[in-house]
Design a protein around this ligand. Structure first.
Ligand SMILES: [Zn+2]
Length: 303
């Protein structure tokens, strides 16, 4: 048995994974509060430990943790902008000390890539690109049968490649990053620039815009077309330097179906260098939405 821990900005999902299937899950808040004088992150590590002990996870072999800014070499969460800690949290060591089992930690996009490769739509490939579309845009590359990490564990960040010269401000402090366009915030911004009214933006997320696009709302349709075009160009560029057999799209935005996928497939074909024509598949995640992050985290153990 492996426990997968999928850490998000507000909620952390913990699941027991047995033979590629999630058999039990629990959710806890992503805690930032520590008692005075304790090691930063210890309240959170204690909460995870208690939760795992309350689940049917024996015999437990290992724990895998997927988290934004997870450093696979040190096992630490490096100061992530959307997480509550202001210092690096050595969570892999903290859980290993508490639970006495092997503990692997990695960044959430790489976890998603391994999860798709081991259990999902990437199975059977040797070269795979997984792109996660949500609050941000993450990516993980499997090249020649291995997850690409690079010397510092943070290789393959498509979200912070420049999509538009002198474009929108990105959370990283630079202008024009792909993530500033192809993400929940990006799509909402694009819609706002195109629409006469911001009424749809009173609700969170991109679902209201996707629903409006499905109903033929011009600005919403155009917002998804523009999004598809920025993403297609980035994917075609990624194909030219990494040549995956398959690209898998993962995360909430990808689940909006045809409004994104139809223009995406069209623009991707147009943007692709002809020598790769017919050699790269573009598809959606095959993992159950609720379990995907947990399976990805579990896949970090002995990738
Ligand atoms: Zn950026």
């Amino acid at each position: 048995m492996i426990v997968g821990v999928d850490i998000g900005g507000t909620t952390t999902k913990i699941g027991v994974v047995n033979d590629g299937r999630v058999t039990a899950t629990k959710r806890i808040p992503t805690l930032g509060d520590d008692a005075l004088g304790t090691e930063p992150g210890s309240a959170f590590a204690d909460a995870i430990t208690q939760t795992i002990r309350s689940m049917d996870a024996s015999p437990l072999n290992a724990i895998g943790i997927g988290v934004p800014n997870g450093n696979p070499f040190t096992g630490s969460i490096d100061r992530a902008p959307n997480l509550p800690w202001k210092s690096d949290i050595p969570l892999a060591r903290m859980l290993k000390d508490r639970m006495g089992v092997q503990c692997a930690l990695g960044n959430d996009a790489n976890a998603a890539a391994l999860g798709e490769w081991k259990y999902g739509a990437g199975r059977g490939t040797n070269d795979l690109l997984v792109v996660t579309l949500g609050t941000g845009l993450g990516s993980g590359f499997i090249i020649d049968g291995r997850l690409l990490l690079g010397p510092h564990g943070n290789a393959g960040e498509l979200g912070h490649t420049i999509a538009v010269m002198d474009g929108r401000m990105c959370t990283c402090g630079r202008r024009g990053c792909l993530e500033a366009y192809v993400s929940i915030r990006g799509i909402r911004q694009t819609y706002l620039e195109l629409a006469d009214s911001s009424e749809l933006l009173q609700q969170e997320g991109v679902k209201p815009i996707a629903d409006a696009a499905q109903n033929g709302d011009d600005a919403a349709v155009q917002a998804f077309r523009d999004t598809a075009r920025w993403l297609a160009t980035a994917l075609a560029n990624a194909v030219a330097f990494s040549v995956p057999e398959r690209i898998v799209l993962f995360g909430g935005i990808a689940r909006n179906g045809d409004v994104l996928m139809n223009p995406l497939c069209r623009y991707f074909k147009e943007a692709l260098f002809y020598i790769y024509e017919g050699k790269v598949e573009l598809m959606l995640s095959a993992l159950p939405e609720d379990d995907a992050g947990i399976l990805g985290a579990a896949a970090l153990v002995d990738p």
